[in-house]
Write a protein that binds this ligand. Structure first.
Ligand SMILES: C[S@@+](CC[C@H](N)C(=O)[O-])C[C@H]1O[C@@H](n2cnc3c(N)ncnc32)[C@H](O)[C@@H]1O
Length: 238
């Protein structure tokens, strides 16, 4: 039984493809989608989907003042909330979890948002397709914690991801990471501050203990599943 489980793990195509990073997300499908969400996946997602391959995101919204990216937007509360607050910006979002996509599409449709585009997959594919210095803000809110020691190599925030974020951020751009797992916050600080071009902007404890003024709470954040209060880390691209 253990052998079978191991064989399944080893044949996970996401882990086997050459040069691909380890899979950082859990399941990509949960319970059956509600009919409205299933319908939006069929009808709205194709219209909002970011085309595959090399991408100049300005061509997706030529008039946009800035382009922001949310990695792992889950149910899309933050992505849709920021898009509604900032109609002059383009919001890109990446998320492989189909139920999250369904929920985000519902928020987008209900609020009639015209400034969101989605990648229904691994954010690392989208990052690789983006040109240097093309994004003003990146958000990673409550990434999968993978708390067991043997799973921690699956954590999303790793040096390679940090280098890619530094590459796509424009000078003066920012990266926000939030987590409620203390050792993941430590890992993020270690990884990001070791990345050339990125610096931590906190000046006092309140800067990481209190939600930033423009933060929009997420579904995962409200579940309070971590081992500490939410920590908000803000980094700037030099
Ligand atoms: C713990 S959930 C948090 C979701 C949301 N940010 C929130 O706070 O409610 C982490 C999310 O990140 C997504 N995720 C993990 N790895 C990812 C990757 N490489 N690219 C895009 N999304 C990813 C997962 O599918 C999951 O929905």
């Amino acid at each position: 039984m253990a052998g079978l489980k191991k064989a399944r793990r080893l044949t996970d195509p996401a882990d086997q493809a050459p040069h691909r990073p380890l899979r950082s997300f859990g399941r990509i499908r949960g319970r059956a989608l509600k009919p409205r969400q299933a319908d939006l996946i069929t009808t709205l997602l194709p219209r909002l989907a970011i085309p595959p391959g090399a991408l100049d995101p300005r061509q997706l919204a030529p008039g946009a003042r800035e382009i922001w990216l949310e990695i792992g937007f889950g149910g899309g509360e933050h992505l849709a909330g920021q898009a509604a607050r900032n109609p002059d910006l383009l919001l890109l979002g990446a998320e492989p979890f189909v139920n999250g996509l369904g929920s985000a599409l519902r928020h987008i449709a209900e609020n009639d948002l015209a400034n969101v585009r989605l990648h229904a997959g691994d954010a690392r594919e989208l990052l690789a397709a983006l040109p240097d210095a093309s994004i003003c803000r990146v958000f990673i809110l409550f990434p999968d914690p993978w708390p067991k020691a043997r799973h921690q190599k699956r954590r999303l925030v790793q040096p390679a991801l940090a280098r890619e974020i530094a590459r796509v951020l424009s000078p003066g751009g920012t990266l926000r990471i939030a987590t409620d797992w203390a050792d993941y916050a430590d890992q993020c600080l270690r990884v990001i501050t070791a990345t050339p071009g990125l610096v931590w902007t906190a000046e006092c404890a309140n800067d990481w203990r209190s939600p930033p003024a423009d933060h929009i709470s997420t579904r995962y954040e409200l579940k309070r599943l971590g081992d500490c209060a939410p920590i908000f880390l803000e980094f700037a691209r030099l």
